[in-house]
Write a protein that binds this ligand. Sequence first.
Ligand SMILES: Nc1ncnc2c1ncn2[C@@H]1O[C@H](COP(=O)(O)OP(=O)(O)O)[C@@H](O)[C@H]1O
Ligand SMILES: O=C(CO)[C@@H](O)[C@H](O)COP(=O)(O)O
Length: 495
Amino acid sequence: MPASRSVVIGVDSSTQSTKAAAVDADTGELLAVGRAPHTVTGAAGARESDPEEWWTALVAAVRSAVRDAGVPAGSVTGIAVAGQQHGLVTLGPGGRPLRPALLWNDTRSAPQAAALAARLGGPEAWTDRTGSVPVASMTAAKWQWLREHEPERAAAATGVRLPHDHLTERLSGTAVTDPGDASGTCWYGTATGTYDREVLDLVGLDPALLPALAPTGATRVDTLAPAAAEALGLPRTVAVAAGTGDNMAAAVGLGLGGAGLLDHPVVSLGTSGTVFAATRARPAAPGLAGFAATDGGGTYLPLGCTLNCTLAVDRFASLLGLDREDAAPGGGGVVVLPYLDGERTPDLPHAAGLVTGLRHGTDPRAVLGAAYEGAVFTVLRALDGLLAACGLDPAAPDVRDRPLRLIGGGARGRFWTDTVRRLSGRPLVVPAAGELVALGAAALAAGAVTGSDPVALAAAWGAGAGECLPPLPRDEETWNRIAGVLSAAAPTLLS
Ligand SMILES: Nc1ncnc2c1ncn2[C@@H]1O[C@H](COP(=O)(O)OP(=O)(O)O)[C@@H](O)[C@H]1O
Ligand SMILES: O=C(CO)[C@@H](O)[C@H](O)COP(=O)(O)O
């Protein structure tokens, strides 16, 4: 290996685990990936994780990636963190968390979100200002929940951070965020590129508690703080980028942004199911998050998000005593609405899962298959909403022919890809590189080291290239059966 090789580390700190990718900054070669799991606790709508565990996982994953890459620590030049979005991290003395973080899929904040959505002139005013109408996932609703349920902790907070901000601060000692992840708080103005003081007043949050806004996720905020350098076994000279949210980093990894187009909408199958596209317009619609991309240059990342994707299907597999791949199409009338965690799109925070169409002869594998179908249907309905908000007719042949890029852990599963193909009738591109979020973060790190545009870097690395799967005939019957059950069950799902 040439002594001058420059290696960058991209960290994906998402709901279930941390993944750290060691990447050759010049060629984009993925040298190694380190992984470490997270613990999520909570019942009855609560979902919390200990930020200290994220830090321990980051250290373990980065050390493992550098070791497995077989590169000297001195060749590492940059690091960036992409994190699960929206989570509320409250800091106390010494910058340490006051309590576990409230996660994006914690639905206890639904009443606070509904109350906030009615303020400031109602939903349209919120989308005009922040891009999104508050739902339970948004950080502003979580902060309001904390004020109402744990006022002494809210009053004691000396800092309020998103998950990726907190980890970036642990790395660098600098309190900073980026436009992309900030746009998931509902207190950041996507039109102005600044914190919205009126929203902060509304939720009683002192702006001094928030991190500074970096111009882009690739902004070099500092180098490693001494304690972080020691924990990671890396030199203090390693540049730390501002980082971003996990969906924004995936967009960077796929080379979307700048002159980003709607040609390849993205579907991500992870704990959350997300659909997004990079666009220069600023589309707004109820049920859609009008995020900013992380380039800070007027690219937007409208996104639909479901709460029940791979984890919900895995839960059905374990309830049925089956392996996740041991599924059959749900034909024969079984329908599963897998809303085990409530749901965000559609906005049904209090919903529970629903199974219909069971008979004595029902094959358990078909029930599992129907869970996949229910999860994929929910994601693809969100995709139709996204395309419509971008001014496109989802059913128009030229729109239906646009390949979907399929990413996230579920994209590794054949039954997932088959179900997306069958229910969408669209061609798919499945990137060969599994860790698009970590690769996007690595491109942000390389951007911080070299000053280059991270989207252009990732595009040159070819991180998004992969297998093209031709379309299958659209399974209208299954689609209509699920849509019928959803519509008939709507009154029950609301309560
Ligand atoms: N080979 C595979 N086949 C099907 N599903 C998989 C496979 N590998 C991982 N998964 C799914 O991917 C999920 C994790 O995806 P990931 O995108 O890493 O989640 P997150 O970013 O939310 O932590 C797991 O819940 C698991 O169900
Ligand atoms: O809330 C959203 C997007 O708005 C989620 O997509 C989170 O960012 C969590 O991501 P994963 O852990 O599922 O990757």
